[in-house]
Design a protein around this ligand. Structure first.
Ligand SMILES: Nc1nc2c(ncn2[C@@H]2O[C@H](COP(=O)(O)OP(=O)(O)O)[C@@H](O)[C@H]2O)c(=O)[nH]1
Ligand SMILES: [Mg+2]
Length: 330
């Protein structure tokens, strides 16, 4: 039976996935339980949520009783319209991707294990920015524990693959299995697994660096045979500026977003910095990113753009398009 989850519930689920603290998670789980439509199709999910609530409250109590000095963690406040983690095997080009697309200055070197700590940078694309985070390498013997939460809360992953190395297929498959063994799937979509709430999938773009190497296609084919992941793939040569621009655009594209400009009634449009929502999103989704209360008070909207013309009045379920100009009426 389909779960037919409401947009309101889905927004909470997304916030929960991105929550940074236990306290935040506990609060969101309560809200999710209160909001989830109560019918047969959601019974399994309701039960899983209740278990999660219990577990999270127990963790909160344990933490209050004995504040633990756990392993190292990193928190990167979200900036820009999305957060993308760059992960991969040693020497696969992770730091070079960050260096070419942002102003960050990671160490790039032709030997493995140069990067010891995650490093963020902002990647501009047209009138918006995407946050990229470079990370230490992953091998069968080396997996920084904090990487797991960073990846599970990200909007997308760039998985680098050294197109010039015969070791790349096996080493990259190892990266996938390191995550898979921790209930995290580098996949073709982002979100909770429909059948198992403990598994998180993260939309992953496979980037073959040194993609001009004559053996690159064969190595990619071999990698595909080794795994069942069906990842969008881009070959790049980071020495070429056209290739770097294509990578920039493809990373933005992997986020699946549209940009929306807003105006207040009787005022000029604000074209300086757009709001972003998921492709396929509605007037109600836009209201939700502007202000929580607006979702309740919203009456209708006027839209100029490709989804509606000349300030046509539309309802909250109207699906918006990239670059629409929207005037919300509460
Ligand atoms: N020519 C060329 N060199 C690359 C490309 N991608 C990475 N490299 C080089 O590969 C080496 C390792 O890259 P680095 O980003 O440090 O790998 P990391 O260990 O995954 O961070 C560096 O010498 C990079 O300049 C590419 O597309 N073309
Ligand atoms: Mg590096």
């Amino acid at each position: 039976m389909p779960a037919n989850l409401t947009p309101q519930y889905q927004r909470l689920e997304e916030q929960y996935r991105k929550a940074q603290t236990l306290q935040e998670r506990a609060g969101l789980l309560d809200e999710m339980l209160a909001t989830i439509p109560k019918h047969k199709g959601t019974e399994k999910l309701q039960a899983e949520l209740k278990t999660k609530v219990k577990e999270t409250k127990a963790e909160l109590q344990a933490e209050a009783a004995a504040p633990k000095k756990g392993p190292k963690t990193y928190r990167f406040p979200r900036q820009g319209c999305g957060q993308v983690l760059i992960v991969g095997a040693p020497n696969s080009g992770k730091s070079r991707v960050l260096k070419e697309l942002t102003k960050a200055e990671p160490e790039v070197a032709p030997y493995p294990f140069t990067t010891r700590e995650p490093l963020p940078g902002m990647m501009p694309w047209e009138d918006i920015n995407v946050q990229l985070i470079d990370t230490p390498p992953i091998t069968d013997a080396h997996f920084e524990p904090y990487l797991l939460n960073l990846v599970r809360a990200a909007d997308a992953v760039v998985l680098t693959f050294d197109g010039s190395s015969d070791d790349a297929p096996e080493q990259t498959a190892e990266v996938l299995s390191q995550f898979a063994s921790r209930k995290t799937k580098l996949a073709d979509v982002t979100g909770f697994d429909d059948d198992d709430f403990s598994i998180i999938q993260i939309k992953t773009l496979l980037v073959a660096t040194r993609g001009n190497d004559p053996g690159c296609d064969d190595r990619l084919a071999f990698f595909r045979e080794m795994t069942d992941a069906n990842l969008t793939t881009l070959k790049v040569d980071l020495d070429e500026s056209a290739s770097r621009e294509q990578l920039r655009e493809t990373i933005y594209g992997s986020l699946g977003l549209i940009r929306l400009y807003t105006k207040k009634p009787g005022k000029p449009a604000d074209m300086s910095s757009p709001f972003v929502i998921k492709t396929g999103g509605t007037v109600e989704d836009l209201a939700a990113v502007i202000h929580k209360d607006l979702v309740e008070t919203l009456k209708f909207a006027k839209v100029w753009g490709s989804s509606a013309h000349d300030g046509q009045s539309v309802g909250r379920d109207h699906v918006l398009h990239d670059k629409d100009l929207v005037e919300l009426h509460a």
